[in-house]
Write a protein that binds this ligand. Structure first.
Ligand SMILES: *Cc1c(COP(=O)(O)O)cnc(C)c1O
Length: 404
């Protein structure tokens, strides 16, 4: 074993020794990164085609985001919400305007934002819609991924995510993803919300049938039910638009945002909705010590500014077409199916050839980082700053892996 190999090996063993095994990472130990590229502890460079599951939409260490973070670190980092700080309103206003909504409620992680959406929908149900106490129901989709809290895993359909973590929170009804008739049948007078991902990332980048969300929107309006779009992974430029739900020409009642909202620097999440919805919360009913902290707001405001320019959405659409053309050309040549929008793709590798995990290991050996989801599916989600040459390089390596 060379000294070079030694560093990766030791770092992997250390991580294994000192942490709970709730992840099964690829054997790569990253030390530095810039844009779409990362460097490991042994100096090997990799193209990052996962981008922190869309938390790094603007690439690693985008100069504007790093500058915003540095400037804020030198002034003020935390107040708690017991006081107001001078970056708070700027971020909330910018994000509300980006979403076209009246109000924003900032949290930290995606799961917290989903929890916020659930609490707000329930309270709205009781106080505005007039649902009887303790009866609120929320409709969700099979194959969903909304986070890891006990309430959220209560309505997961993935046995790994859910088993052994009960007793489960009641009040959720699961319907097949993409089935409007099933949503219609599931709506009762107690339904307060339909909570879904516009594209299901964890499930393998599943794009619902055309017209599905238009149908859901119509049903929600007709039955006075809140339509909640979990855009934590699909939003903020990933699919070629600011929000993936725009592809369906639909406006939800509430957006749930996270991941890229923190610019790859700090965890920042939020929900955005109009006053008739988010206005139901009163002091003391919900909160977070770190939610909307000055550093988060400084970075988040810069994220909003980057998105308001439209450049990243345009790149995602244009470069995404190149990525999808290249991937589609591999169908029948080791690849069985390709799904997605913009710079986001779920790629089903022929299961007779290898698992998704094996494909990702072989890609990593060739210097491309991606992650498998289920079985033989791998997920590609490069940072939106990726170049055409980067995409072509990744496609060349993927072709070699699936044909090798
Ligand atoms: C990642 C993700 C979450 C959870 O976000 P965390 O920051 O990991 O808590 C929720 N919903 C979707 C769609 C996600 O992709």
């Amino acid at each position: 074993m060379t000294t070079v190999e030694f560093r990766t090996g030791e770092a992997l063993a250390d991580a294994e020794r000192w942490t709970a095994h709730n992840y099964h990472p690829l054997p790569v130990v990253v030390a530095e990164a810039d844009g779409a590229w990362v460097t490991d502890v042994d100096g090997r460079r990799y193209l990052d085609f996962l981008a922190g599951y869309s938390a790094l939409n603007f690439g690693h260490r985008h100069p504007d985001l790093i500058a915003a973070a540095h400037a804020q670190l030198d002034r003020l980092t935390l107040t708690s919400r017991a006081f107001v700080h001078d970056r708070f309103a700027e971020f909330c206003r910018g994000l509300a305007e980006l979403c076209g909504k009246d109000l924003v409620l900032p949290m930290n992680t995606g799961a917290e934002a989903v929890e916020t959406a659930i609490k707000v929908a329930r309270k709205w149900g009781y106080r505005v819609k007039g649902v009887a106490d303790e009866r609120a129901e929320i409709i969700v989709a099979s194959g969903n991924f909304h986070g890891r809290t006990t309430t959220i895993v209560s309505f997961s359909t993935d046995p790994e995510a859910r088993a052994d973590f009960g007793p489960y929170t009641p009040g959720f009804v699961v319907v097949p993803y993409g089935d409007v008739a099933a949503v219609r049948d599931a709506i009762t007078p107690n339904t307060v919300a339909v909570l879904m991902e516009p594209i299901q990332g964890e499930a393998g980048v599943l794009v619902p049938p055309a017209g599905f969300f238009a149908g859901v929107r119509e049903l929600c309006t007709e039955h006075n039910v809140l339509m909640i779009a979990d855009e934590i992974q699909s939003g903020l430029g990933r699919t070629g638009k600011t929000f993936a739900i725009e592809h369906d020409d639909v406006v939800p009642d509430m957006y749930v945002l996270g991941k890229a909202l923190g610019g790859g620097i700090v965890p920042v999440s939020a929900v955005a909705a109009d006053r008739n919805v988010l206005g139901v919360l009163r002091p003391g009913e919900h909160g977070s010590t770190f939610g909307g902290n000055p550093l988060a707001c400084a970075v988040g405001a810069e994220v909003v500014r980057l998105l308001a320019g439209g450049e990243f959405q345009e790149r995602s659409a244009r470069l995404g077409a190149r990525l999808h053309d290249g991937l589609n050309a591999l169908i029948g040549k080791g690849v069985v199916a390709v799904r997605g929008r913009g710079l986001w793709a779920g790629v089903d590798i022929d299961p007779a050839l290898m698992t998704g995990r094996q494909a990702c290991e072989r890609l990593a050996e060739r210097g491309v980082l991606a992650k498998d989801t289920h079985g033989s599916t791998i997920r590609l989600a490069p940072p939106l700053v990726v170049t055409e040459e980067d995409i072509d390089l990744a496609l060349t390596h993927l072709a070699a892996v699936v044909q090798g």
